[in-house]
Unconditional design. Structure first.
Length: 157
């Protein structure tokens, strides 16, 4: 009987800790697949109502914030951010953002999105520090232009 109980406990623990287990912990950082799904949801929100979508993206918590994943948006004409979790970037021109080495990744995002057809999700790679760090690491953003907005979601590679 004791042997059966131990075997059941070990089996339950193995299932809970397995990759597909119901009790498996969520990774600390979002994945490419999770970022793309969030970007696709953001596009649907923008198409339904730009004003409501921007309000949702700027909410301090909610469905468009998940660990290090979040939606950022800027006006396609002015380049000015109107959705971003960092208040210091609100109203700042995306084109002025630079990597630590001076590479203009904001201009790269702006140019790549403007060259794509509306609604097409493009990817832009750059180096950016993970939350609470200062050392830049590879990051990639899925970005699309919808109406007057270009919105994206980035993930760390």
């Amino acid at each position: 009987m004791l042997r059966t109980l131990i075997a059941a406990a070990v089996s339950s623990a193995a299932l809970a800790l397995g990759a597909g287990g119901a009790f498996a912990q969520k990774a600390q950082f979002g994945t490419a697949a999770e970022a793309k799904v969030m970007e696709e949801r953001a596009i649907l929100e923008l198409k339904a109502s730009e004003t409501a979508a921007l309000a949702k993206f700027n909410a301090p918590s909610g469905e468009f914030k998940d660990r290090d994943l979040y939606v950022f948006c800027y006006n396609t004409a002015t380049g000015l951010f109107n959705a971003h979790p960092n208040p210091a970037l609100m109203g700042k021109d995306v084109r002025t953002l630079k990597e630590k080495d001076g590479s203009p990744f904001g201009q790269k995002i702006f140019d790549t999105v403007n060259a794509a057809a509306e609604g097409t999700i493009v990817t832009v790679g750059y180096n950016f520090p993970k939350p609470n760090t200062t050392n830049p690491v590879p990051k990639e953003s899925f970005v699309a232009k919808i109406g007057n907005e270009a919105c994206g979601v980035g993930y760390y590679k």
